[in-house]
Design a protein. Structure first.
Length: 290
């Protein structure tokens, strides 16, 4: 059993390929360094995702798509495979790193907080609130102005996620997003929903998804993929089965990353591109793709 980590930076029509590839490579290195230093899988997942939330290349944190009202609304979740503890947040507009807030929720008596209540909780737990304007990347403001005249047809990509396996064999998974392009205010996709966008169980493995959230939610994709590890020990096979189920059952598009309890990693997608990077103790080198 060895440490392992895999991250994704969304699936779909990725336009800024080099920026996405570089971003997931950096995030994977950050998460891997945390694991090598002996920290927990939860710490590694949080660190890697924060790196991508701070990178304007991705639809999470500072790079989030603006909703129809021109506001950044973000969702995130994180799960600990030891006791199936989970923390999730949705519809937050004043938190720089939603994954850090999700982690605080995981450590509390709650599992899921939304909007104003989540931001009040953040303040109570020492997480600074920021003005929404500081979360609006210039590139996303320009896209929003275009979408006012010509609404996008595709939901978009750029959601970020991570799975880590630490030295104690513990598995953690997390996902963070700004949601679909030009979304209706208040819309929530799969990313903060346990079993849909994120799932981790030490008995089997962990998963994080990205893509068309409404379809992913309908088939509870992350949990479906982790369950598939029971009969298909190879994570690549389990990931492919999950994506085929997404497409065949509800006509969905997207991608998924997986890691099993032995530190083996896998992924699959049915979109033109998916940004991802991974590393484990066998290779010890970051492999980035987009």
């Amino acid at each position: 059993m060895g440490i392992a980590l895999i991250v994704h930076g969304g699936a779909g029509e990725i336009e800024t390929v080099q920026a996405h590839r570089r971003g997931v490579e950096i995030a994977a290195q950050i998460g891997w360094d945390v694991l090598r230093d002996g920290a927990s899988a939860l710490d590694a997942v949080q660190a890697a995702i924060i790196a991508m939330e701070d990178d304007p290349a991705f639809d999470a944190g500072f790079g989030s798509f603006l909703n129809r009202d021109g506001i950044v609304e973000m969702d995130a979740s994180i799960m600990d495979g030891r006791g199936l503890d989970v923390g999730a947040v949705a519809g937050v507009t004043r938190v720089k790193n939603p994954i850090a807030l999700a982690r605080r929720i995981l450590e509390s008596e709650h599992t899921f907080l939304i909007a104003r209540g989540a931001e009040e909780f953040a303040r109570e737990r020492g997480i600074a609130l920021v003005e929404n304007e500081t979360l609006r990347a210039p590139e996303q403001i320009a896209k929003w102005k275009e979408w006012l005249a010509h609404p996008p047809r595709a939901p978009g990509g750029g959601t970020v996620g991570c799975i880590a396996v630490d030295r104690d064999g513990n598995i953690a998974a997390g996902t963070s997003t700004g949601g679909m392009k030009f979304k209706r205010a208040g819309r929530v996709g799969d990313s903060p929903l346990v079993g849909c966008g994120t799932f981790a169980d030490n008995l089997l493995g962990g998963a994080s998804t990205t893509g068309w959230g409404e379809a992913i939610t309908r088939v509870v994709l992350a949990k479906f993929a982790v369950d598939a590890l029971a009969n298909h020990r190879d994570p690549n096979a389990a990931a492919q089965i999950a994506i085929e189920h997404l497409a065949n059952r509800v006509g969905g598009t997207g991608g998924i990353i997986l890691a099993n309890r032995d530190g083996q990693i896998g992924f699959a997608f049915n979109t033109p591109r998916m940004a991802l990077a991974f590393v484990n103790e066998q290779s010890r080198s970051i492999i980035a793709e987009c």
